[in-house]
Design a protein around this ligand. Structure first.
Ligand SMILES: Cc1cc2nc3c(=O)[nH]c(=O)nc-3n(C[C@H](O)[C@H](O)[C@H](O)COP(=O)(O)OP(=O)(O)OC[C@H]3O[C@@H](n4cnc5c(N)ncnc54)[C@H](O)[C@@H]3O)c2cc1C
Length: 446
């Protein structure tokens, strides 16, 4: 095993962007104009009471600010770091007209971090008398449903297939953008609301949805299992040694960073030449992580133009500034291999460009061309309908219920891969659908 110092040296564990000091945070909060018609709130998918908590912060009342944040979000330290603020709150801020919006994300992060470090807020917990709900998955959707229902007096058990809760927050988004300890701290806060976590429990293997109702007496089940099956490209050379998924690479780096696996198990050697196929946020994360792990060069290969890239512009610009190269309008044709001692090993990437066909010499290729839901849960339970691509279909009334009574779903497994805050927004609506459903069943006895 590598020591902690080795790990830090190899992958630069430190968070890239520093947070505010208390003085900086208060000074920034004082810039807020407290607009009568706050556009920032309209830009926020969960309609945070942004000017109100910024106002509390500007007066130094951080506990009061945190109470207002808790009304809308269970994951502020995470949203403060990874939400696409440039498109949401900050993009809508009136001061953005002059290119200098109030840094809402950084302020949210400051308040959440300060609250946790100082142990400011202590919530009064309700007795868990309203019913028993099973939550499958502990990504942003599952954590939001769990937190909201526990606050509302439900007994909640989260079933998580991995050894630790957090989903993509822990195993996908890299440490330099979202340190794993921040995710762990947010999960701990949800645990203190009275939520129980059963980790290493894969629903569809260790337990089924049917058993949750029949053997464990749950009143409702929420599925927030995300999209864990990465898409592949159906081209020659896909099975060569050296071709793998970005999601797998990021997960192995996260496990290495947590000290769970050895450096040799991470699928990248120092000095490797790397190509990433795709140009979304996952591609940017894989590219920047590959540089941190010692790649000699990293090239993002994308079939369309710069303006078509699904990645956030800020992520793209940061990747470029760090030295990631971009080969745009280049269609991937073939993964080229060579035989070494009876093994087929990747040696190049054949692409079609405006100037004709070229072969880039590469040692590693990481695919980042999308992901879809696994069918393990729905294939082992009765009556949960999915669409033709495998996404679970849900109803408007009660919000988020699937074709099976008492089973609800939300987040990426319903809405396709999106963002943390969009998974949270849906999960909040589904949590209220679940409480209405359970209350009605108990009242009417049906
Ligand atoms: C590399 C990467 C970077 C990203 N960066 C950003 C970003 O910067 N900002 C942003 O807003 N969004 C980002 N996203 C998108 C965002 O993370 C997702 O939209 C969000 O995590 C979806 O939440 P979810 O709860 O629906 O699913 P997930 O976060 O995928 O959580 C699903 C959970 O269910 C568990 N699970 C699955 N099947 C089972 C089962 N059978 N039994 C038990 N447990 C199960 C999984 O282990 C996991 O914990 C990124 C995504 C990736 C992959």
């Amino acid at each position: 095993m590598n020591s902690d110092t080795d790990r830090e040296q190899i992958i630069g564990l430190a968070e890239l962007h520093a947070g505010y000091t208390l003085k900086e945070a208060i000074d920034e909060a004082k810039r807020c104009l407290n607009c009568k018609n706050p556009l920032c709130v309209q830009g926020c998918p969960i309609e945070h009471k942004i000017p109100e908590w910024i106002n509390q912060l500007s007066k130094g009342n951080i506990g009061g600010a945190m109470e207002l944040i808790n009304e809308k979000s269970n994951l502020p330290a995470i949203c403060g770091r990874v939400c696409p603020h440039e498109k949401q709150c900050e993009g809508h801020c009136i001061l953005n007209k002059k290119g200098n919006p109030v840094r809402v994300g950084k302020l949210e992060r400051f308040i959440a971090d300060f609250d946790s470090e100082m142990g400011l807020s202590k919530e009064r917990l309700k007795a868990k008398t309203r019913g028993k709900v099973a939550v499958i998955g502990s990504g942003p959707a599952g954590l939001t449903v769990a937190g909201d229902l526990a606050r509302d007096g439900f007994n909640v058990v989260v079933f998580e297939g991995q050894k630790e809760p957090g989903g993509v927050l822990l195993y996908g988004i890299p440490e330099y953008r979202l340190p794993n300890d921040i995710t762990r701290r947010e999960v701990k806060k949800i645990e203190t609301l009275g939520v129980t976590f059963r980790n290493n429990c894969i629903v569809g293997e260790s337990i089924t949805v049917d058993a949750m109702f029949e053997e464990e007496g749950f009143d409702a089940v929420f599925i927030g299992s995300g999209t864990s099956v990465p898409q592949s490209l159906n081209i020659e050379g896909g099975n060569l040694f050296g071709v793998s998924q970005s999601a797998y690479f990021l997960r192995m780096v996260s496990l290495f960073a947590s000290g769970d696996i050895d450096r040799a198990e991470v699928p990248l050697r120092v000095g490797d030449k790397v190509a990433i196929i795709g140009a979304g946020n996952v591609a940017m994360d894989a590219a920047r992580t590959a540089l941190r792990m010692g790649a000699e060069s990293v090239t993002i290969v994308y079939r369309k133009k710069e303006e078509d890239m699904p990645a956030l512009r800020s992520e793209y610009l940061e990747a470029k500034a760090e030295g990631v190269q971009f080969l745009l309008e280049a269609a991937t044709k073939e993964f080229v291999g060579k035989e070494i001692k009876g093994n087929s090993i990747l040696s190049g990437l054949k692409v079609d460009t405006a100037d004709g066909e070229i072969v880039l010499p590469v040692d590693r290729i990481f695919l980042a061309v999308g992901s879809k839901p696994a069918n393990r849960i729905v294939s082992t339970s009765l009556g949960i309908d999915v669409d033709e691509r495998g996404y679970i279909t849900t109803k408007e009334h009660p919000y988020g219920m699937t074709s099976r009574r008492g089973v609800f779903a939300g987040g990426d497994v319903v809405h396709t891969p999106q963002t943390v805050v969009l998974a949270m927004r849906e999960a909040k609506r589904v949590a209220s659908g679940i409480s209405q459903y359970v209350d009605a069943v108990k009242l009417l006895g049906v």
